[in-house]
Design a binder for this molecule. Structure first.
Ligand SMILES: [Zn+2]
Length: 208
């Protein structure tokens, strides 16, 4: 905890003054263009990966970057999606999985989660990942595990599509959904190409 308190002291003393003008503009409104949904994992830092600034991205972090399908629960993730789409009018939603994801590993290894009933229920939402297991990753253990992480990204993007407000905006052409995979070791991002049904290096995609 001491590190955090020291960090805050430095932020308040040295960093915030440099950002004062920006936060003055942001103090009473935000207009992020992107909703970024990723795992709660401490090693995935979306604002660092995308080099964004305060106010740029609406963030949602959940164990296993799970997005429950519409109607599952009026939970935090679904309400975050609804708010981002209906009120903030974000233009893009990114679902970002990552290497060495413990949530996907638990499903991959079919671990006994009887002592963690809430986690077990939550990770049930990760099971559809098997349907989208990425064969391009290979068939040995570690490769299949990566393939399941890829599959989970696709599965959670599909869950997103079941939300009526998301489906409507996608049909209107005012909202785009993206599936990303972040590699902690290399800092590289792969993006799911829905047409080719495969993950490709993010830098190979052209931006509009
Ligand atoms: Zn994770």
């Amino acid at each position: 905890m001491k590190r955090l308190l020291d960090g805050y002291a430095k932020f308040h003393r040295e960093v915030f003054p440099q950002w004062k003008d920006r936060f003055h503009l942001l103090a009473e409104m935000q207009k992020p263009d992107v909703l970024f949904i990723t795992c709660a994992d401490s090693r995935v830092v979306p604002t660092m990966i995308c080099q964004t600034e305060p106010g740029d991205m609406f963030l949602c972090r959940t164990v296993g970057n799970v997005v429950p399908p519409h109607g599952y629960l009026p939970g935090g993730v679904s309400s975050t999606v609804e708010y981002a789409v209906e009120v903030l009018h974000v233009r893009d939603i990114i679902v970002c999985g990552h290497s060495d994801c413990g949530a996907v590993k638990a499903v991959f290894d079919q671990r006994d989660l009887s002592r963690l009933p809430l986690t077990a229920k939550w990770l049930g939402l990760l099971e559809p990942a098997w349907k989208y297991l990425d064969p391009a990753c290979g068939s040995d253990g570690p490769s299949r595990y990566k393939g399941l992480i890829h599959g989970n990204v696709v599965a959670q993007v599909e869950h997103l599509r079941t939300h009526p407000e998301v489906a409507r905006r996608v049909a209107e052409g005012t909202l785009a959904l993206h599936g990303w995979y972040y590699d902690i070791l290399t800092g590289s991002v792969e993006s799911y190409d829905g047409t080719e049904r495969r993950f490709v290096p993010l830098e190979s995609l052209t931006t509009e």
